[in-house]
Design a protein around this ligand. Structure first.
Ligand code: COA
Length: 415
């Protein structure tokens, strides 16, 4: 069966997480992704957080499926020539080096255009043009600079970063969209272009609702859905809202049966207005459905803490799954707090290919997150990540190098 990006060749100059997330997605959609790595060492994540000695780490294997690996010393003059041949053969160059690294290697935008005017050059950087453009950036720096940390956590505690890799994987997703969009435009113009996804911008895009709230706060001095509302303690900037739900339907995380020993025995519970009467019935407070202090969303706002305490008295008598089953019968929106262990063992996620078991020649079997985006006409088959330089000879041959030339380049340390 054909794939959406069949025929698209990607020169994958990415490392660590943000860039590899992007090129892995493109590979899952059918692109031929050729990962160029430093000879002898490779992507630094191959050896980071290792759980088995001398075996590519899960960090690496889980971000580099369906790719080919070639090793080239791009600072060696002959290595540079190999890279030039690759630039001429590929449609997209994706990189997430520190600012200026590609230029220092001699591959400026102008040089790349000379070699291949159809080439799309896609970059992840920490920041866009401005005071921080030269900075090196990792995940949590982007979360802090993009507005996520200042708006995450509890009011009486410090800013908090989230486990979701919104700076790295989030920006990789943004970049992938930029690349396929540029590929589409190229079908009209015949020209390549530069695509930039800055991590600060990507995080801010995901924090869009908090910039909305900043302006609401400045206009009205308050925000009724925030836990700070009943005591009116707002400052100048959007505060941390704990577990309050972002929209107009108040929600909170509540304890379930077993919470004393299980750190994830909790449920997210939303007091959606249309099902208020049903909530009252389930928790045994039927009088609240008609009591003027509780009957309307506006009347409930000042009492949310007490309301959630009452609901929690009920949820604590059920496991999160029992509560889920009961609440769903009444269309009351809720969600169990699932641990990574529970997610890894969830059969329905295996069935859809969202969690996949992959076999690796030196690691053996391991679990990974498959393609979260499902196309009906372009199915994804997750194949293992490449060993370092596994495809150097294969790709060199495709580029037209003879076995003798390949051997000479290897002796010269260029590949
Ligand atoms: N052959 C020879 N040299 C190579 C090479 C190859 N195949 N591949 C890379 N290099 C060199 C580069 O030319 C560069 O050298 P230079 O500093 O002399 O110009 C160096 O290796 C790459 O370095 P850099 O990107 O600076 O790596 P780092 O480990 O110091 O920094 C980051 C890592 C992630 C902080 C940095 O790359 C960065 O800020 N990237 C952009 C933001 C980003 O993606 N961050 C998220 C990462 S998940």
């Amino acid at each position: 069966m054909s794939k959406a990006l069949d025929g698209v060749r990607i020169l994958d100059f990415t490392h660590v997480q943000s860039g590899p997330t992007c090129t892995q997605l493109l590979a899952w959609f059918g692109a031929d992704v050729i990962k160029v790595e430093r000879a002898g060492a490779g992507d630094i994540t191959r050896e980071q957080l290792r759980d088995i000695p001398d075996v590519d780490s899960l960090y690496f294997t889980m971000l580099n499926h369906n790719k080919r690996s070639v090793t080239i010393d791009t600072k060696n003059p002959e290595g540079k020539q190999v890279l030039e041949a690759l630039i001429q053969k590929c449609d997209v160059l994706v990189e997430n080096f520190a600012p200026g690294a590609l230029d220092r290697m001699g591959f400026t935008w102008e040089r790349i255009q000379e070699l291949n005017p159809r080439m799309i050059v896609a970059s992840v950087k920490g920041f866009g043009p401005g005071p921080y453009e030269d900075c090196k950036v990792y995940e949590n720096v982007a979360q802090c600079a993009g507005g996520a940390a200042s708006t995450t956590g509890f009011d009486d505690g410090p800013p908090v970063v989230t486990g979701a890799q919104i700076g790295d994987s989030g920006t990789g997703l943004h970049l992938a969209l930029g690349i396929v969009t540029a590929l589409y435009q190229r079908t009209q113009t015949g020209r390549g272009q530069k695509v930039l996804a800055a991590m600060q911008d990507g995080v801010l895009n995901l924090c869009r609702v908090k910039l909305r709230d900043q302006q609401r706060l400045e206009r009205t001095g308050t925000m009724k859905e925030y836990p700070q509302y009943p005591n009116g303690s707002f400052g100048e900037a959007v505060p941390r809202a704990g577990n309050a739900s972002g929209g107009g339907q108040p929600g909170w995380i509540l304890k379930c049966k077993g919470w004393e020993t299980d750190p994830n025995a909790y449920i997210y519970f939303i007091t959606q207005a249309p099902v208020w009467a049903k909530i009252c019935k389930v928790i045994g407070k039927e009088e609240w459905a008609t009591d003027p202090n509780y009957a309307t969303p506006a009347a409930r706002l000042p009492h949310l803490k007490d309301i959630f305490a009452e609901i929690e008295r009920w949820t604590m008598t059920k496991t999160k799954f029992e509560a889920m089953q009961i609440l769903n019968k009444y269309d009351i929106p809720c969600g169990p707090i699932l641990s990574m262990k529970e997610i890894a063992e969830e059969p329905s996620l295996r069935k859809t290919g969202t969690i996949v078991e992959v076999d690796h020649p030196t690691r053996g079997k391991y679990l990974t997150v498959g393609n979260p985006i499902k196309l009906s006409d372009s199915p994804t088959e997750v194949t293992r990540s490449p060993l370092l330089g596994e495809h150097t000879d294969e790709v060199m041959t495709e580029l037209g190098y003879s076995p003798e030339q390949i051997s000479a380049l290897r002796t010269a340390g260029a590949i």
